[in-house]
Write a protein of this length. Structure first.
Length: 213
């Protein structure tokens, strides 16, 4: 079975790579740079490994996503890119790396206020039109879940729905969630095989969640 490597050695060593139909959750407290971590993974998979990847963001506008991606790929401060205040060495790095971004199979959607129906339709379109194997969603808490008012239940319902989409479309889905370090109250939703790790100076908790047979 083909697996998708993140480019982060500790995660890839423990998981052996992500497999089709898996739901992979990036969870952490607000302000812990979860979306920067997610963009790094998207860059490693789509740019370095050339695996078709979609990034659905309800937080960032297209220009912010692109500037962060360029910053990551070229190792240049994001504000420097936006302001155009690059020195000679940074211009050289930008010129050297920009073509790899132009040709990479990375597809982005920055539509705000999506419902779960909207998200599923966009994922299906990415899969049908571009053969996407990996979808990153930043972040799940901003997706409208109808008829659910309790935040904990809302997240559980959202992850359960995303897991079903991952299985039906045979892809990896990676949602980003805010987690205030409470116990894993939502894992009475048929999930198992939880891995927790620390990688590359990020204080993120991440989890691989596989639905039980």
């Amino acid at each position: 079975m083909d697996t998708i490597k993140t480019g982060f050695f500790a995660i890839d060593r423990i998981t052996g790579g992500f497999k089709p139909s898996e739901l992979v959750v990036i969870a952490g407290r607000p302000g812990m740079r979860k979306n920067a971590f997610a963009i790094s993974i998207a860059k490693n998979i789509a740019v370095d490994e050339k695996i078709p990847t979609a990034f659905i963001t309800l937080e960032m506008a297209n220009i912010n996503f692109v500037s962060r991606l360029i910053s990551n790929a070229c190792n240049i401060n994001g504000s420097t890119i936006l302001n155009g205040q690059l020195n000679h060495e940074e211009w050289d790095r930008l010129d050297k790396n920009i073509n790899s971004l132009l040709d990479c199979p990375l597809y982005m959607d920055d539509s705000p206020k999506l419902t779960f129906g909207d998200v599923e339709n966009r994922i299906q379109k990415f899969v049908d039109e571009h053969g996407v194997k990996m979808v990153i969603i930043d972040y799940v808490g901003l997706i409208d879940v109808p008829n659910v008012r309790d935040r904990r239940k809302e997240l559980a319902v959202a992850l359960d729905a995303l897991k079903k989409i991952a299985v039906e479309m045979n892809i990896v889905i990676m949602p980003v969630v805010n987690w205030q370090l409470q116990p894993f109250w939502l894992w009475n939703v048929s999930y198992a095989d939880i891995y927790i790790g620390l990688q590359n100076n990020y204080t993120h908790l991440w989890a691989i969640l596989n639905q039980k047979n």
